[in-house]
Design a protein. Structure first.
Length: 459
């Protein structure tokens, strides 16, 4: 008999979680203004809001924390992290920041000015926020297959070279500070970018004299997909694949809360000393001195170890197979989800799930609320609320897809928890025809409204 797959770790510490009743949850979500970000964590049984900063650290990481050096300048923890980043990514210069958006803030303060154009593959919301905040424009050049939820394309994070070249041709070089390649592409469903595409984008960028910046939050998961899906990489280690990926980037912003497997942290990686110098000024102003920039020594140590563990095949296999496990369960129940299943989350097609709810009534948010009420599972809307308003016309932007994202924290839940999530969603699926009312916005912030929006049930 073939031995079944099992996790590549065992547990040494646990954290109790509590189930609640449907009545409790109905009251809690109403008090939370139907915004799942407003729930207290103990009102949630299984929390799939995000895989960002929610992972479990290993014994090696906790041990590394005890050796943290909290010196203001030149701490050994800084050098541990610097060495890890140089070894894994090949960047000789780096700046620590408190998280990914802080890295964006520092780097974009250095490089992005009003009226600039920043092409890329489905920019992440904070990335887009930091571009638009500077009155520049993010242009999405992702391949069309990314927006077809059933397309079996193996690299739906790829950049469409024709779309990219059109942007590069239409604007002067000075108004395009860099091209962003998001690996994996969070906003299009945790879908990977192929090595071939990275290589081609870099070649085109070189031809136009424009640098390439990788948004690296899930770089290791991207490397795992390259190993499994792209010809010529099966026998390469994840670390070898990552090394090659970063020969096609001039710089990177990183949210270490994802594939760094730490609870807080980020960094900028750079090849150019001149750019490092310029960015250092902003890092000192916004984050902290250049050898800690928003991170404590112990956290830099944990990240150095996390980057090493996070680029090991056994760890990535355990992680991504769990995401697949949940996705395949939902498929077996007939629930419409994005395929192929992404690296960090399962994305449920809310428009297909709840055809009676109009997009103007926030259909993916409606589904997220129903799943919470059903099973105490917290997912997140990736739809019209997140897409926000057009900065000029102030009209709602209606994205092609309305998705409920179920993001799986790293090394936190077991497949039994995944069974509960799937059964909860199946119960909502079975009564989907009775769900006929969506939500209206009662109050919203001028930018990144989804975090704080106040909703009320439609009449
Ligand atoms: C999470 C994320 C960010 C922002 O990082 P934070 O640590 O949340 O500030 C940027 N880009 C991508 C692709 C991300 O997933």
């Amino acid at each position: 008999m073939e031995l079944p797959f099992a996790e590549s770790y065992k547990m040494k510490m646990v954290e109790p979680i509590r189930r609640s009743t449907r009545m409790e949850r109905e009251q809690w979500i109403s008090s939370a203004n139907y915004n799942l970000f407003n729930l207290k964590s103990d009102q949630v049984f299984i929390d799939l809001l995000t895989d960002s900063g929610t992972g479990a650290m290993s014994d090696r990481q906790w041990a590394a924390m005890m050796l943290g050096d909290e010196s203001y300048a030149g701490a050994s923890s800084y050098y541990n992290l610097k060495n890890a980043i140089e070894k894994i990514f090949g960047f000789p210069y780096f700046l620590p920041t408190h998280q990914g958006r802080a890295a964006e803030n520092v780097l974009f303060s250095t490089l992005v000015k009003q009226s600039d154009i920043v092409p890329g593959n489905s920019h992440f919301d904070t990335t887009k926020g930091h571009i638009e905040f500077r009155k520049a424009t993010a242009v999405d050049c992702t391949i069309d297959e990314a927006f077809d939820i059933d397309s079996p394309h193996l690299f739906k994070g790829d950049i469409d070279l024709e779309k990219l070249e059109n942007v590069l041709r239409a604007h002067p070089r000075e108004s395009i500070p860099f091209i962003i390649v998001t690996v994996t592409c969070n906003s299009s469903g945790g879908q990977p970018v192929s090595m071939k595409n990275m290589r081609e984008v870099y070649a085109m960028a070189l031809q136009y004299g424009i640098p390439v910046c990788f948004d690296s939050a899930r770089f290791a998961e991207n490397a795992y997909f390259i190993k499994l899906r792209e010809e010529g990489y099966r026998d390469k280690s994840i670390k070898e694949i990552v090394s090659e990926m970063y020969t096609y980037a001039d710089m990177t912003t990183m949210s270490s809360k994802k594939d760094g497997i730490v609870n807080m942290g980020g960094f900028i990686g750079l090849r150019s000393e001149e750019l490092f110098r310029r960015a250092s000024t902003f890092n000192i102003m916004f984050e902290g001195y250049i050898t800690y920039g928003g991170m404590s020594g112990r956290d830099m140590n944990a990240l150095a170890t996390g980057l090493d563990e996070g680029t090991e095949f056994e760890y990535l296999e355990t992680r991504i197979r769990q995401v697949e496990y949940l996705g395949n369960l939902l498929i077996s129940y007939g629930i419409p989800i994005q395929k192929p299943i992404g690296g960090h989350a399962v994305f449920v097609d809310a428009k297909a799930f709840l055809p009676k709810i109009k997009q103007e009534e926030y259909v993916a948010q409606t589904l997220a609320i129903e799943l919470y009420k059903e099973a105490g599972v917290r997912g997140v809307e990736i739809g019209t609320l997140l897409a926000d308003r057009d900065p000029l016309t102030r009209e709602n932007r209606y994205p092609g897809l309305e998705l409920l994202r179920l993001a799986i924290p790293r090394r936190v839940y077991t497949n039994n928890h995944m069974d509960v999530v799937a059964a909860g969603l199946k119960n909502v699926w079975d009564r989907r025809n009775e769900i006929t009312r969506g939500y209206n916005i009662a109050w919203e912030a001028p930018i990144m409204r989804h975090f704080t929006v106040v909703l009320e049930k439609t009449k």
